[in-house]
Design a protein. Sequence first.
Length: 137
Amino acid sequence: MTKKNIPRPTESELEILQVLWQQGPSTVRFVNDELSKRRDVGYTTTLKLLQLMHEKGIVTRDDSSRTHVYRAALREQETQGMLIDRLLDAAFGGSALKLVQQALGNRQTSREELDQIRNLLDSIDNQNPTTDPDELA
């Protein structure tokens, strides 16, 4: 599936995908139990959402036994990347700086997270060295 062909999951579908990404292939009952830990959700609602997600190609379903088992058809990192790209364009005019400033400014960021962000930035900087115009002279 190319990046442009990835179905765009709704918020409720993303909640289900989070369960499937974290727990692996799961039954409707298991997914519903996990969702119910966060908010009140009925079994039939979870079942219907999974059926719709199956039709959209967001999940696959093993129906070889009486209890159907659902598996995420979308990879977590690919889905996150697609959603970030859309958010970046729609809400931040394509500016990664504005996105990061908003994300870090709205939440308490731990020292450990800041260190991880610094390491990530250093890693990106080392992979994409820029040429200093003064060095070309």
